[in-house]
Ligand binder design. Structure first.
Ligand SMILES: [Zn+2]
Length: 173
């Protein structure tokens, strides 16, 4: 890819505080323009922060300069991808795995307090996980379903639940 080494050197990571870490941008060219073209030019640099798994009680933030690239075919400008975090996320994949692990034993509020983040971030991590793993259930071997409807709060608000007869077989809502 043209300009690859130049892009990396211009966006050298820096360490700013004791609770901040930096990562080398060794996997930076994982994110290509949406059209799939490799014909890109560097288009500036943006500094990003990601929440990382805490060290003991101390919150950890990864700070890194991310090159922006412009596609010469479709003129799209976007940040290049990093290997340790999903696109448009403010936390690393390791942080998400840690939060999900804690969520098995603690409430969302407890996890958020432990990780020193808002409860909405933990909710977002859980939602993202559920969408990724359960949004498209495999129905080819489905033979039976059970349907139930429950009331939510006051007023005419209902939630319809579909279940299979298999263990853990929630289908959709
Ligand atoms: Zn393009």
């Amino acid at each position: 890819m043209d300009g690859g080494s130049e892009a990396t050197s211009m966006c050298a990571p820096r360490m700013s505080a004791t609770s901040h870490l930096y990562r080398e941008a060794g996997c930076v060219f994982g994110g290509l323009p949406a059209c799939g073209s490799n014909d890109v030019l560097q288009h500036g640099c943006i500094h990003r922060l990601w929440r990382e798994v805490p060290i003991g009680p101390k919150p950890v933030v990864i700070q890194m300069g991310i090159p922006r690239v412009e596609c010469r075919k479709c003129a799209t400008i976007r940040q290049i991808g990093v290997g340790f975090a999903d696109e448009r996320r403010s936390y690393t994949r390791a942080f998400a795995r840690y939060a999900l692990g804690l969520s098995r034993y603690m409430t969302i509020q407890d996890v958020a307090r432990h990780l020193n983040v808002g409860w909405d971030l933990i909710k977002e991590i859980q939602k993202s996980y559920l969408q990724k793993h359960f949004s498209r259930p495999k129905l080819s071997k489905l033979s039976q379903i059970a349907i139930d409807e429950i009331s939510i709060g006051k007023g005419p608000k209902y939630l319809t639940v579909l279940l299979t007869s298999l263990p853990g077989g929630g289908l959709c809502r």
